[in-house]
Design a protein around this ligand. Sequence first.
Ligand code: F6P
Length: 511
Amino acid sequence: MRCDKTAAWHQLQLHAEGFAGFDLRTAFAADAQRAASLSQSAPHVFADLSKNHTDAATEALLIELARQTGLAAHRDAMFRGEAINHTEDRAVMHCLLRQPEGSLQGDLAKPLALVHATLQPMLAYAEQVRVDAQITDVVNMGIGGSDLGPQMAVLALQDFVVEGKRFHFVSNVDGHELAGVLKGLKAENTLFLIASKTFTTLETMTNARSALAWFKAQGGADVSRHFAALTTNVSAAAAFGITTTFGFWDWVGGRYSMWSAIGLPVAIAVGAQGFKDLLAGAHAMDQHFQHAPLESNLPVRLGLLDVWYRNFLNYTSRSIAPYHSALRRVPAYLQQLEMESNGKRVDRNGQALPYGTSPVLWGEPGTNGQHAYFQMLHQGTDIVPLEFIAVKKPTHSLKDHHELLLANVIAQAQALMLGKSDAGGHKHFTGNRPSTFLLLEELTPARLGALIALQEHRVFVSGSVWGINSFDQWGVELGKVLAKDIHARIVSGDASGLDASTAALLDRVRS
Ligand code: F6P
């Protein structure tokens, strides 16, 4: 049943009305157990949800909403490999990419065997590149899910990265990006990874063509040694002239693909064992999502909190604040994950929705954000729930830094909640501003894997309750089609039939 037609939705609406006066400070004062009961451990991740605008009654109603909208059945259908991405008639099986070898029977045994038969040569290749001293630079060319995941993970795991190799990520069709990277490279020392699920994406194909031309112009001859394709479209890669290929399947969504061959740069960076650890961490979170009771299921609790905030308290955005510089691409990664998955205006039957879906996601690493936009979070007119991500143990030995970093992240969560009274003037902080606190023991491949799988599943949960298809992305198509048309017009100068603004801009960039 669509969420807004359920009894739980109606009850949540009534509950939200009575919630108008909710105050975190009062809630903590009234309930000595609040911090404990709204905190939990999940594999590799500790979460404190207690500084959120929620309470036991809210959580109980949200769980009821999950029950009435069939969340568990939908989740199980995904894990069974049903074609829940119905607008593309595809299964959604990225979790299979991190499933241990031979651990499934029935229909999924075969695709799982294929996953491992593909993973092994990919990891062997990664190991081979790692010991190849001639290759000093690895350039990943991909965009969206073929860029954000591997880029985020290579950065996050920088302490585990093999010595003697530099990793570059070229995504934009803007030639400034590629030209800037090529400037510092030598053909004989460079490995280009052309990462594209479809092997048709304009940006990636344009960059790959230019990289190949540059490689040949530099005297490079051995394309099979210096170019590899990571794609489901092996024939298109072959037609392009790339024969070293690592494949995956249409049931891996682009933004869920870092666990597949798209993760090759990560595997080269952290090694076969590191990549396996990343998969194992994600798998541990998959198990938790699949089997933990809804009430103590962290992705379920987070996803339902997202629904509560979006639809009942009308908070339209969420800010991500990773307090670890190596996690600096996590906000960008999560933006695609959440907004490309859940930025939908129709339900699974194509009917327009009367309620909001994806929040706007944004953020920067702390403490940088504190000196930029945190002003608005503390004293602005909109309430923006924050999600802090902190890491307990540092990998450096610089004195004081990590204690100061941790002090800041804890203090920010505290300041948002407590506020400070100053007679309502400029120095007044209302407080009562919500935040979630995620804590990792250390930043390791396994823990990163669990953190990302947690985020994938919380997006599944809210998308499932909203009754949308979180696994297609038709909204990106129109711009692609129009860009083709405008490109032809930039070349020809033909402005016929264009609206006045577009025609004038065309004229301006051509003159
Ligand atoms: O345009 C959106 C999109 O399709 C994303 O979903 C995807 O991650 C990205 O483009 C890249 O696609 P591909 O891997 O096929 O090049």
